[in-house]
Ligand binder design. Structure first.
Ligand code: FAD
Ligand code: SF4
Length: 331
């Protein structure tokens, strides 16, 4: 690994100022993604700023409007075990528990989780194959290479990678906000706008600017929260990233769907909302499988599978139906 220095931040404002001034400085929280990238030669920070001692960023607290504020330094395992999260937003707890391993979840922070980089094997390959995310302008080895795990929505010729975070998918379905501290103070970014599609600049995963520090994720109080579910489909039952995943949150009247929120993982460069299906599902009967399938299909008309992942479209439609039924049974 290349040489680097490390220092410990004790004040959020000073951490933001240090990050803003030094292009070669990276924040480090649990280190479970960043250190792997450094070992793989996919990240070369000269300075690491350890943010773990920053005060006030590790809690899970009620907000005045009845929602939750989850600190950026809260550990995945602590958030998954939090009673409020489990009862009011099971989709978040499940998104966390289906991710990584127990040991990793004890180290990994919420901020680091939504900032983690793609698991495209070309991007992580120490032999440095063509990869626009790793080396802008070098090409995309996955476009005509092995792309079974890659995107079916929103990709560009420059990059067909998917975003790997599970909990980001749950947060997308709940329309959470990412609260960010910058030199001008705090701003809230709707999670739908936080991660980017690749376009011609796949090296940029998010809209975060230099210096900005995630301080929290906020979830508003909502009827759909309790009747929610995260379904993850993967090649093995534990310790694996999603082939496809679905976060579903619903509000019902009897067996009819009054409101539906759906987001998917493993299908795009960012958590992917199924807005057409959400509209088409409103008023549908949870027992009318044909109607549910037809409504879900409306979100797949623009799917663009690659050479090795055509199976993802069909798998996704089935996973959405299953997640919807499980969420509906919790209403
Ligand atoms: C073997 C393995 C399996 C895994 N499986 C899964 C899985 O199934 N699902 C899943 O979702 N994840 C999975 N992960 C990823 C894991 O969840 C992430 O590595 C972890 O959440 C990152 O958090 P961290 O605190 O360790 O981040 P770090 O590694 O410390 O940081 C990651 C990035 O975030 C930036 N950062 C950290 N905190 C902040 C902040 N507050 N503000 C701004 N930037 C910040 C850092 O600068 C860095 O760029 C897996 C990881 C491994 C190694
Ligand atoms: S899909 Fe993206 S991350 Fe993977 S090789 Fe292509 S440019 Fe790189």
């Amino acid at each position: 690994m290349h040489p680097f220095s490390i220092s410990v931040a004790d004040d959020p404002g000073r951490a933001v100022a240090a990050h803003a001034q030094d292009d070669h400085l990276s924040y480090i929280a649990g280190g479970t993604d960043l250190l792997g990238l450094m070992k793989d030669g996919a990240a070369f920070p000269a300075h690491l700023l350890d943010i773990n001692d920053l005060p006030g960023l590790a809690g899970v607290d009620a907000t005045p409007d009845g929602g939750l504020r989850i600190g950026a330094l809260a550990r995945m395992s602590d958030v998954a075990a939090n009673a409020e999260v489990r009862e009011r937003f099971p989709v978040i707890a499940e998104g966390l528990l289906f991710a990584a391993s127990g040991q990793l979840r004890n180290m990994a922070s919420m901020g680091g989780n939504i900032m983690q980089r793609t698991r495209c094997s070309y991007f992580r390959d120490g032999d440095d194959p063509a990869c626009n995310k790793r080396r802008p302008g070098s090409g995309c080895s996955a476009l005509d290479g092995l792309n079974r795990n890659h995107a079916i929505f929103g990709w560009s010729d420059a990059c067909v990678a998917t975003h790997p975070s599970d909990v980001a998918v749950a947060l997308a379905a709940l329309e959470a906000d990412v609260v960010v501290l910058g030199r001008a103070g705090e701003r809230s970014i709707p999670i739908a706008d936080f991660h980017r599609l690749p376009g011609g600049t796949p090296e940029r995963d998010t809209v975060l600017g230099r210096g900005e520090l995630i301080v929290a994720v906020e979830v508003r109080a909502q009827a759909e929260g309790r009747a929610s579910h995260y379904l993850k489909v993967r090649d093995r039952q534990s310790y694996e990233f999603a082939l496809v995943s679905v976060a579903a949150a619903v509000e019902t009247e009897g067996r009819r769907l009054r409101s539906v929120r759906l987001a998917m993982g493993g299908v795009a460069h960012k958590p992917w909302r199924l807005t057409a299906a959400e509209t088409a599902l409103r008023g549908a009967d949870l027992d009318d499988i044909g109607a549910l399938e037809a409504a879900i299909a409306t979100s797949f008309t623009d799917a663009r599978p690659l050479a090795h992942n055509a199976f993802k479209a069909d798998l996704s439609r089935r996973a959405v139906l299953r997640a919807l039924q499980t969420a509906g049974a919790r209403a």
